[in-house]
Write a protein that binds this ligand. Structure first.
Ligand SMILES: NC(=O)c1ccc[n+]([C@@H]2O[C@H](COP(=O)([O-])OP(=O)(O)OC[C@H]3O[C@@H](n4cnc5c(N)ncnc54)[C@H](O)[C@@H]3O)[C@@H](O)[C@H]2O)c1
Length: 341
């Protein structure tokens, strides 16, 4: 054992600089992490949802996890979702990530983690888009349903991992969000035609890939016929689709036990049918060739979001900052270290 490790605090600015331009590497890292998790070399217990009777739309989620493989680190993401923040002009989500040393258990870093969380979510969506369209031909039309911060990160990751689209559709209940996202698309140099749709149906029917990133707490899309062109649906916000749509689609998740919790749409489908027969498997099953997905049905990817991904991306950031000599260590953080004083 190497004694008590120094404790570092890593700011959002440092995180963003460490991740800038690294989209391909991070997507590969997320792929490797899913494979490590799929092989059993991880511990990823259920997330704990802290909710408040006086603030029913808000929550803080704890995601403890341990990842083996090359990364070998334990830790905890602690992430708040306060949707009303957006009206006040600040992001919905805020987070910290604690990394714990494998050998001593000591926490050795606290990182700003809203950027890490959005990054690993977007990398997972881009990875799924790649693997799940391999049997379908490259989609030409993408539609973003709910266009806040997560949608922006997903678009960045798709664009940076080789995707380009002829048409980019946008739908949001908030005209301000739709306008803000369209402005971002314009600035990002998107080549495809940008269309702001005035209905959910029109967006879905016009998209080969539909990205859900709303904050809906219960299903608001009920019409299976809107999906009759068999799109790939990246169901990142997890609670948008009615159980009937889930049951009419091929379903891939990141982790079965995780995803069938907390009233996600797949969880509602399980409650309705009393079984899990509607699940085809995990993304790792697809990547490892254990299952192939049919092209003649809608294909829904529902990623619950795994703590092991936050750890892998967080450790990448830590290593980068250490490599360039910019770790800001808090001296004296662990203080009373002599057993008998
Ligand atoms: N699965 C994962 O791993 C994962 C990780 C991170 C975030 N998320 C989820 O992604 C979602 C988006 O997060 P964000 O930070 O971008 O939120 P945000 O508040 O920045 O944006 C959400 C947008 O959705 C819009 N919206 C809400 N309900 C809608 C509806 N019914 N129809 C159309 N638009 C609607 C809002 O107007 C807003 O513009 C959240 O639900 C969050 O929990 C999932």
């Amino acid at each position: 054992m190497g004694g008590v490790p120094p404790f570092a605090v890593i700011s959002g600015g440092q995180v963003q600089r460490a991740l800038a331009g690294q989209e391909k590497r991070i997507t590969e890292l997320v792929e490797t992490t899913y494979r490590v998790h799929g092989s059993g070399d991880s511990v990823n217990p259920p997330s704990y949802f802290l909710r408040f009777p006086d603030r029913p739309t808000s929550r803080i989620i704890a995601l403890p996890a341990s990842i083996g493989g090359q990364v070998r680190v334990d830790g905890l993401k602690w992430i708040s979702s306060f949707p009303e923040n957006v009206a006040a002009g600040i992001p919905r989500a805020s987070a910290v990530l604690i990394l714990n040393d494998h050998d001593t258990g000591y926490p050795f870093a606290c990182l700003e983690s809203s950027i890490i969380s959005a990054t690993r979510t977007a990398a997972s969506a881009a990875l799924a888009a790649d693997w799940l369209t391999r049997g379908r031909g490259r989609p030409a039309r993408v539609g973003f349903f709910g266009v806040g911060l997560i949608a922006r990160y997903i678009h960045t990751f798709l664009a940076s991992t080789g995707w380009s689209f002829d048409e980019v559709g946008v739908f949001d209940l908030s005209a301000e969000s739709a306008a803000g996202f369209s402005g971002y698309l314009g600035r990002s140099g998107t080549e495809g035609r940008i269309t702001v749709h005035d209905s959910a149906e029109s967006l879905i029917r016009s998209s080969d890939v539909v990205v859900f990133a709303t904050v809906a707490g219960e299903p608001h899309v009920h019409e299976l016929s809107w999906f009759e062109h068999n799109p790939l649906v990246l169901h990142v916000s997890l609670r948008d689709l009615s159980p009937e749509i889930v049951l009419g689609s091929t379903n891939i998740v990141d982790d079965v036990e995780h995803c069938l919790k907390a009233n996600t749409s797949p969880h509602l489908a399980e409650q309705l049918t009393g079984n899990r027969d509607f699940l085809a498997g995990t993304l790792d099953d697809v990547m490892s060739g254990r299952i192939t997905v049919p092209a003649d049905r809608p294909l829904v990817f529902s990623p619950f979001g795994l703590g092991v991904l936050d750890l892998a991306v967080g450790k990448f950031v830590y290593d980068e900052i250490q490599r360039v000599g910019e770790l800001r260590v808090v001296d004296d953080f662990f203080h009373d270290l002599r057993r008998y004083g």
